[in-house]
Design a protein around this ligand. Structure first.
Ligand SMILES: Nc1ncnc2c1ncn2[C@@H]1O[C@H](COP(=O)(O)OP(=O)(O)OP(=O)(O)O)[C@@H](O)[C@H]1O
Ligand SMILES: [Mg+2]
Length: 273
């Protein structure tokens, strides 16, 4: 579970380039929610992820989390607004558009999985035991790509689709309380994009994940998940639940967007007199 209260992100504050990238954002996710997030370029989608993951500093507001792992901290909500990015990485998983980003190409598959295993625990030394190797193999087998036989291969030998599948698997294996997907199928060919999307849905269900998925594909945004957010100019301007979403079409969303914009324009005109 995650809760964001009145969050602002401002780039280059107090300079002529000042840019309010997030404006008073409020959002509460329930465990098991699968949100699709849409919005035009520069709307603030990635910035919202960066703020949640601790990659950018917030100018105002609070972020709270309730971790879903047993023994993962106090039972109640925890304020993580000031927590370092590497610590949040223990319970917030993140996947990017570029399939090369989630894995280290010059390292073997086994070493990549080890690295992921100790993510968020700086300096901790863990060596690869036989039982870990067996467990990695078992997980890799579930991908159905034959990667369980390639633990000693450098990951740079794998295709983009295979690397994104690995990133997804490694991220999910750490049982994140929140999984942030930032257009994670957009750089793949249609067949691999579909394969990764299927895998995402399967993992989300099997591991009861809470997911936010940014996509520029309106059909995807409508088809998947139980909730849809639209962002515009640093604000969440639509938050549509499963029931409403099932009745909406892409053109319906566009029409809603136009209505919101028109109301904004009318308000501006009224203010200007
Ligand atoms: N590190 C940064 N420094 C300065 N400005 C930034 C930074 N990151 C993002 N911005 C600005 O913040 C605004 C929101 O950007 P963001 O990347 O969140 O958009 P987005 O919705 O993810 O867009 P896209 O669909 O193109 O990925 C943009 O005006 C962008 O230029
Ligand atoms: Mg983005």
């Amino acid at each position: 579970m995650i809760r964001i209260a009145d969050m602002d992100v401002v780039f280059a504050p107090g300079t002529p380039d000042e840019n309010i990238a997030l404006r008073r954002v409020n959002l509460k996710l329930d465990p098991g929610d699968f949100l699709t997030v849409i919005g035009s370029n520069g709307a603030g989608k990635t910035t919202l992820y960066n703020a949640i993951a601790g990659t950018v500093q917030t100018a105002g507001g609070r972020i709270f989390i309730r971790e879903n792992r047993p023994g993962g901290g106090p039972a109640g909500e925890r304020d993580i607004t000031r927590e370092a990015e590497y610590k949040r990485a223990r319970y917030i998983g993140r996947i990017f558009q570029n399939p090369l980003l989630g894995t280290a190409g010059r390292m073997t598959l086994a070493d990549n999985m080890m690295l992921c295993h100790k993510k968020g625990y700086r300096g901790l030394k863990i060596s690869l035991t036989k039982s870990m190797r067996d467990r990695f193999r078992e997980h890799l087998r579930s991908l159905g790509m034959g990667l369980e036989n390639r633990l000693n291969d450098n990951v740079e030998l794998f295709s983009g689709g295979q690397r994104q599948a690995l990133t997804l698997l490694m991220t999910v294996m750490s049982k994140p309380s929140l999984l942030l997907l930032d257009e994670h199928t957009a750089a793949l060919d249609p067949r691999n994009a579909e394969m990764i999307m299927d895998m995402t849905l399967r993992f989300a269900k099997d591991y009861s994940l809470t997911v936010m998925m940014i996509t520029h594909n309106m059909a995807q945004a409508l088809e998947f998940g139980n909730r849809l957010l639209m962002m515009d100019r640093g604000e969440i301007i639509m938050d549509i639940n499963a029931e409403e979403k099932s009745k909406l079409s892409a053109s319906g969303i566009v029409q809603r967007f136009r209505d919101i914009k028109k109301r904004e324009l009318d308000n501006d005109e009224m203010l200007l007199g």
